[in-house]
Design a protein around this ligand. Structure first.
Ligand SMILES: Cc1cc2nc3c(=O)[nH]c(=O)nc-3n(C[C@H](O)[C@H](O)[C@H](O)COP(=O)(O)O)c2cc1C
Length: 251
């Protein structure tokens, strides 16, 4: 159905239905452990991921559904370790508990094939100019996979699941440990973990910036450009609330 075949009312209804799902997508980090995700749900979620746009239509992603309870335990334990390591490093990042990953009813690993940066506009001659294009190519790749993962999360939200997007898997050490266990080729990086399921406790809606704060018309609205000091203050005073409190508790 093309837009010009829809009445204005139909357009708005369709968009509102989509927005309802988007607004209801909320991060939760603990799920009902014995809930079972039917295969059809996994397939619907990956079907959504499959239709995502990507630079050069390269579709540089791969999804691995992890059903094996022992593997979930092992992954979750590794993240708990990572959480402890970060605390020792004094990063001051309010790292969450990863215990909930161990029994997440739905768990999908997202792989991305960085070789596809070659499919984007690059020179591949090692020159300074090439490095500039290579950096852009990496951004294209990451945006592509994010578009696909987001589609998957929205499909899971549409199915009524609470979702959890985990990127804390990027470190080389975790990659080296898990890729051989899962038969993941060297070229592919496991970039995300997607957990989902019925929530153990109701999800809560986190603070979102107001429309006017993120939207400019024709020209960037300088009022929405925080100074470095303001930004650092946001990190110091508000970040933890934005991450772990519902919107009504963030001033
Ligand atoms: C790119 C990306 C990376 C994230 N990485 C992590 C992560 O490693 N661990 C985690 O617990 N949550 C992670 N999150 C979840 C965010 O903390 C969460 O989306 C944010 O607090 C906003 O809450 P909401 O999803 O309920 O809107 C990530 C989300 C995104 C989109």
């Amino acid at each position: 159905m093309q837009a010009n075949e829809l009445s204005e009312q139909e357009r708005r209804q369709r968009c509102e239905a989509l927005l309802d799902i988007m607004r209801a997508r909320m991060t939760n980090r603990a799920f009902v452990a014995d809930a079972v995700v039917p295969d059809e749900h996994y397939e619907m979620i990956i079907e959504a991921a499959r239709h995502a746009p990507s630079g050069a239509n390269a579709q540089p992603w791969h999804y691995i559904v992890i059903k094996d309870a022992a593997m979930k335990q092992r992954l979750g334990e590794r993240f708990v370790e990572e959480q402890r390591a970060r605390a020792r490093l004094k990063m001051k990042f309010p790292t969450p508990s990863y215990e909930g990953m161990k029994t997440a009813p739905g768990l999908i690993l997202v792989g991305v094939d960085f070789r596809y940066t070659r499919a984007f506009p690059v020179l591949n001659d090692g020159s300074e100019l090439d490095r500039m294009y290579q950096r852009n190519a990496e951004r294209i790749l990451l945006q592509s996979v994010a578009a696909s993962v987001m589609s998957a999360h929205l499909a899971a939200a549409a199915l009524g699941y609470a979702v959890w997007w985990v990127t804390a898997i990027g470190q080389d050490a975790i990659q080296r440990e898990f890729k051989p266990l899962l038969g993941v080729p060297d070229d592919i990086a496991i970039i995300d973990v997607m957990c989902f399921g019925p929530p153990l406790k109701a999800s809560y809606k986190r603070w979102k910036r107001e429309l006017g704060e993120i939207l400019s018309w024709d020209r960037f609205n300088a009022a929405n450009h925080p100074s470095d000091d303001e930004l650092d203050e946001w990190i110091r005073k508000r970040r933890h609330k934005a991450m772990y409190r519902d919107a009504s508790n963030v001033d």
